[in-house]
Design a protein around this ligand. Structure first.
Ligand SMILES: [Fe+2]
Length: 177
């Protein structure tokens, strides 16, 4: 058996024959793995909520059509733009980002959109619950990032929490007198 003297032996040599060095950013391997697992759940939740919001943009009907069709477009665009920084933070921590419907189905706490389009205000109710669920996922990961001194993840989570809680409030307001 070849002598394996360093952690860098884990990565295969690139075509050039130069091995990538082991990740050494001041966060332990165990903490990076735990944070990446949490961020994978956040990615799955964000992607699922993105798809549901786009679905509702397509399928909304009724007197509020114009308002909701436009509002949902703003929201799904924001969610779509959010998945990339979450996935790339997972990569920066040294892990693979999930990116298939099968993986997202296993990881997400947010349910898929119902197969039959609901009525307009039921769509709004589903999205309130979706944004709150994603906020709960982001909040669960925060102590891990904080404890590990992972400021970029803490910053990302703070930004996502702000968006999800504000969007939940705006949607909720449509259901209140
Ligand atoms: Fe559209």
């Amino acid at each position: 058996m070849a002598k394996s003297s360093s952690k860098s032996s884990r990565s295969a040599p690139a075509a050039s024959g130069v091995r990538a060095p082991a990740i050494n950013i001041g966060i332990s391997e165990k903490d990076r793995a735990a944070i990446a697992r949490g961020l994978s759940r956040l990615l799955a939740d964000t992607y699922t909520l993105y798809l549901t919001t786009h679905n509702f943009h397509w399928n909304v009907t009724g007197p509020m059509f114009n308002t909701l069709h436009t509002m949902f477009m703003t929201q799904y665009t924001e969610l779509w733009n959010a998945v990339d920084p979450v996935a790339e933070r997972i990569r920066s921590l040294g892990h693979a980002a999930p990116g298939s419907y099968a993986q997202f189905g296993k990881l997400a706490s947010v349910p898929d959109a119902p197969p039959t389009p609901p009525k307009a205000l039921e769509m709004v109710r589903i999205l309130v619950q979706g944004h709150e669920a994603v906020a709960r996922t982001a909040r669960e990961i925060f102590p891990l990032a904080d404890k590990a001194g992972d400021e970029p993840t803490a910053d990302l989570l703070t930004q996502r929490l702000t968006v999800h809680e504000q969007t939940a409030w705006m949607l909720r307001s449509l259901l209140e007198e």
